[in-house]
Design a protein around this ligand. Structure first.
Ligand SMILES: Nc1ncnc2c1ncn2[C@@H]1O[C@H](COP(=O)(O)OP(=O)(O)OP(=O)(O)O)[C@@H](O)[C@H]1O
Ligand SMILES: [Mg+2]
Length: 384
């Protein structure tokens, strides 16, 4: 199989030197049992690469179990990974299989490995070295044959220096290490990915697109993409659904790219639309405006905080930069909207979103799970 065919099969789009090298490495190491550590910013494609490694391995017919170590409460992570016995802890009414048992003969993908507590790291090191583990509450060792792929957007060297990550585990995990550079460092992939996502969205939403002007493409190529490929994919989806077939120009992009955002009302073209389509567009526009307002509020709050100025409302409360949410919604609904908006605003960077919301990353993960906020989506899916 050529590298081009391999990339095609496993959905790894891109022709930059970095992506070609990564695809080459994946082809070489897939069939081995070596652990792989994948690093890179949020949205660069770490999970895509992990899936390709599993898919091209001899384990492909067995399970690929993805575990987000940041999303599971610390106290539960160990029993989720290794299982537990009946009565092992309060609430353990039945014994339960862990992910390492479920993934036997397959691959386990430990996402956000930087979030794993030190105690669990010791146990992970043991499985990596001997294939042995104990389920929680059991004195009996079990064996498992699992290939471990880990991913993180944290700087693990720094975590080691802080004493938050074990150095021995780090070296054990990075038998093969793959770093995926951010999209802004592989500009030549931008048109390729853009065209790929356009084709996907056309099929998914049955929409057309006349094309994109050279100026607009240049704008995409010079954007910094803090949310990387996920941000580009979301942009294409939102833009195509809303622009319905029109040529994408720089003016179109002004409406969707975070910089040069305007707060002016976006006109909604309602002619030749069914009532459902029109209603949907108005709602989506309203949500985009809500997002713009939140961003503007935050920015003004941040600049006033930076300049040492605190906004005080007539009732004496300090402004928290909270958007004007409808008053007739539940706290859960409001929380969901605030979280979704913060994720969008931070280009799906969970760490930044959590910081902005004033909650821990782990709490944010839990809420994303709880409210089923689609992590990889357009405004539509996020809010409706
Ligand atoms: N090379 C690629 N070709 C096509 N699509 C890609 C590529 N890389 C990533 N994507 C798409 O971009 C989105 C983000 O990718 P992925 O979830 O793998 O990123 P990630 O690095 O795991 O992000 P996070 O750190 O936030 O978990 C997904 O929808 C994925 O399908
Ligand atoms: Mg991921």
């Amino acid at each position: 199989m050529t590298r081009e065919e391999f990339q095609q099969i496993y959905g790894i789009a891109g022709e930059s030197t970095a992506i070609k090298e990564i695809a080459g490495t994946v082809m070489q190491v897939a069939s081995t049992n070596l652990s792989v550590l994948i690093t890179g910013e949020s949205g660069v494609g770490k999970e895509v690469i992990a899936q390709a490694i599993h898919g091209a391995s001899l384990r492909a017919k067995n399970k690929f179990v993805a575990v987000n170590c940041g999303a599971i409460p610390e106290t539960l992570l160990e029993s989720e990974l290794f299982g537990h016995e009946k009565g092992a802890f309060t609430g353990a009414h039945e014994s339960r299989k862990g992910f390492f048992e479920l993934a036997d003969n397959g691959t386990i993908f430990l996402d956000e490995i930087g979030e794993m507590p030190l105690g669990t790291q010791v146990k992970l090191l043991r499985v990596l070295e001997s294939g042995e583990y104990n389920s929680v509450g059991s004195a009996e060792s079990r064996r498992t044959n699992v290939r471990v792929i880990a991913a993180t957007n944290k700087d693990l060297d720094f975590e080691i220096r802080k004493g938050m990550f074990r150095e021995d585990l780090y070296y054990r995990l990075r038998a093969v290490s793959i770093h995926i550079p951010p999209l802004r460092e592989r500009v030549e992939d931008i048109p390729i990915l853009f065209n790929l996502f356009v084709d996907q969205v056309k099929k998914k939403h049955h929409v057309e697109l006349k094309g994109i002007s050279p100026g607009a493409m240049h704008r995409l190529e010079t954007h910094t993409w803090p949310g990387n490929i996920r941000e580009l994919k979301n942009l294409v989806e939102t833009m195509l659904v809303l622009e319905r077939g029109d040529l994408i120009t720089e003016t179109t992009l002004d409406k969707y790219l975070p910089i040069r955002q305007s707060n002016s009302f976006l006109p909604v073209q309602l002619l030749n639309k069914t009532p459902e389509q029109a209603e949907r567009e108005i709602m989506i526009r309203a949500l985009i405006e809500l997002k713009n307002e939140i961003t503007a509020l935050k920015e003004s709050l941040q600049s006033s905080v930076q300049s040492g100025m605190v906004i005080v409302h007539p009732d004496g409360n300090k402004s928290s930069g909270t958007p004007n949410l409808p008053l007739n919604i539940s706290i859960e609904e409001a929380e969901k909207i605030l979280i979704a908006a913060a994720l969008q605003r931070n280009h799906f960077n969970k760490r930044k979103a959590a910081k902005e919301l004033g909650i821990s990353e782990r709490t944010l993960y839990r809420k994303i799970d709880l409210y089923k906020i689609p992590f990889d989506s357009s405004y539509e899916k996020l809010f409706m």
